[in-house]
Design a protein around this ligand. Structure first.
Ligand code: SAH
Ligand code: SF4
Ligand code: F3S
Length: 434
């Protein structure tokens, strides 16, 4: 039996895709290995969203070639967004045997067979239909508690900075019956939490089903499971979705709502389809319906022509919303995007870095303030396993997606326990069994 090793980079969609790849290859007799040294096939499922993500993977390709030189029968494959973006230029390096884009994974057995005969292979065709809806993923996460379910692929928003529409193609939604089937399978396999994934889950549409209806159907078909979803675009998250969340106790009180910038001028240049005002309006609606709902975000510092005023608008927006968490990035120009074609990448690197650091410092304070508000509260927490620092402590997340740690030698991964919060750091809630 040939052994396959896959490293996964980038977003949760890639984690879900790697699980699809293991399933497709498993049916053809390939076994999964976590030991790169014993692998016959070494692959990386890659990300192109920022230049540093790609640089990291270039470094890994060099490492993979150490194994390929030691054992010439080893096949090296690049999957995912970087495969789609760079296409045959990856093969030209002579360091890669297979290049397969996100919609080409059903061809992998054929590509592998040909590549192992010494013929480099490429398939980067994007599809309008492929959802891998019929494929039961082979879960790669170790604790068996939380599973990803992809509900749609691709993206039809053309945010001017973003490479994803080019690497993942047009948006398509997966048949809701296959989604519910997969959720039920997760419940049967002992999973306690599922996360519904898409680049823009709120634009999910399959026949009569929109995202609110899908969410309700999933929540009702697996009442014992926690449901999360990501990512929500501010202009598309509807009142119906918020009402569905509010009406279902098993849908987690957390919304990841990327804002990208607090400046209307930047939002327009970014081709986001909302204003600062409309964003704040969504936040107000979320809090009116679910006062205990956490809100996290993504932000980009130093987008094309960003001024100190624009940057201050981002800082004041952060302050006004008081985000519970944020993923914060410096703008990285991506070849082929609208921004790369239309706008010079003119904010100097040291200015980008300084602005990013200011946002991070502010968010650190906001995260701490958010956690302080939770001291004294009791949360239901899903146990993930022992805490990193102390084997006599367990860790897990509450509904708001905050990491909690408490002394506990009784419970195990997958248990739901009530934890009373006594103290906190900026990153963690510290408690005791309630
Ligand atoms: N579909 C999701 C985001 C996918 S990419 C959404 O629309 O919210 C994840 C995050 O990476 C984005 O939210 C954005 O903050 C960041 N990002 C995307 N392109 C980027 C670029 N060119 N430079 C820096 N950050 C970028
Ligand atoms: Fe990129 Fe915008 Fe699509 Fe998100 S919604 S993946 S940021 S184009
Ligand atoms: Fe990266 Fe592709 Fe996801 S570019 S963020 S792996 S969709």
């Amino acid at each position: 039996m040939k052994k396959v090793y896959i490293e996964t980079y980038g977003c949760q969609m890639n984690v879900a895709d790697t699980e699809v790849v293991f399933s497709i290859l498993g049916r053809e007799g390939y076994a999964r290995t976590e030991e790169i040294g014993e692998a016959d096939v070494i692959m990386a499922n890659t990300c192109s969203v920022r230049d540093n993500a790609e640089q990291r993977i270039r470094g890994r390709i060099e490492q993979f070639n150490v194994y390929r030189k030691a054992r010439p029968e080893v096949v090296v494959g690049i999957l995912g967004c970087m495969a789609e973006r760079l296409k045959d230029t990856l093969l030209e390096s002579g360091k890669v045997d297979i290049v397969a884009g996100p919609d080409a994974y059903r061809s992998l057995p054929r590509l592998l067979a040909a590549a192992s005969q010494g013929h480099p292979q490429i398939d980067v065709l994007l599809s309008r239909e492929e959802t891998y809806g019929d494929i039961a993923p082979v879960r790669v996460d170790k604790n068996g508690v939380s599973a990803f379910i992809s509900i749609m692929r691709g993206c039809n928003n053309v945010c001017s900075y973003c490479v994803v529409p080019y690497t993942r193609g047009a948006e398509r939604s997966r048949d809701p019956r296959t989604i519910v089937h997969e959720a039920c399978a997760c419940a049967q396999q002992g999973y306690r939490e599922i996360t519904l994934l898409g680049q823009n889950v709120d634009s999910y549409r399959f026949g009569e089903y929109d995202f609110a209806r899908l969410l309700a159907m999933v929540a009702e078909s697996v009442p014992a499971l926690r449901i999360r979803f990501s990512t929500s675009n501010p202009q598309d998250i509807s009142d119906a979705v918020l009402e569905t969340m509010a009406a279902h106790g098993n849908i987690c009180r957390h919304i990841h709502l990327p804002v990208q910038s607090g400046s209307d001028r930047m939002l327009e240049k970014m081709r986001r389809r909302y204003t600062r005002e409309q964003y704040l309006d969504r936040v107000a609606k979320i809090r009116a319906l679910m006062p205990d709902c956490a809100i996290s975000t993504d932000v980009i510092a130093g987008f094309c022509s960003e001024t100190e005023d624009d940057h201050r608008d981002t800082l004041t927006l952060f302050e006004e919303v008081g985000f519970d968490a944020a993923f914060m990035f410096q703008y990285s120009e991506r070849p082929g995007t609208l921004a790369a074609k239309k706008y010079p990448d003119d904010v100097p690197p040291q200015v980008k870095t300084r602005r990013l650091e200011e946002i991070i410092a502010l968010q650190n304070r906001l995260s701490l303030e958010s956690n302080r508000r939770d001291v004294g509260k009791t949360f239901r927490v899903l146990v993930e396993g022992p805490s990193k620092r102390n084997p006599a402590e367990l860790c897990g997340r509450n509904s708001q997606n905050k990491m909690c740690v408490w002394p506990d030698t009784v419970h195990r991964a997958g248990d739901f326990v009530d934890v009373k919060i006594k103290d906190c750091s900026q990153a963690t809630l510290l408690g005791e069994l309630a």
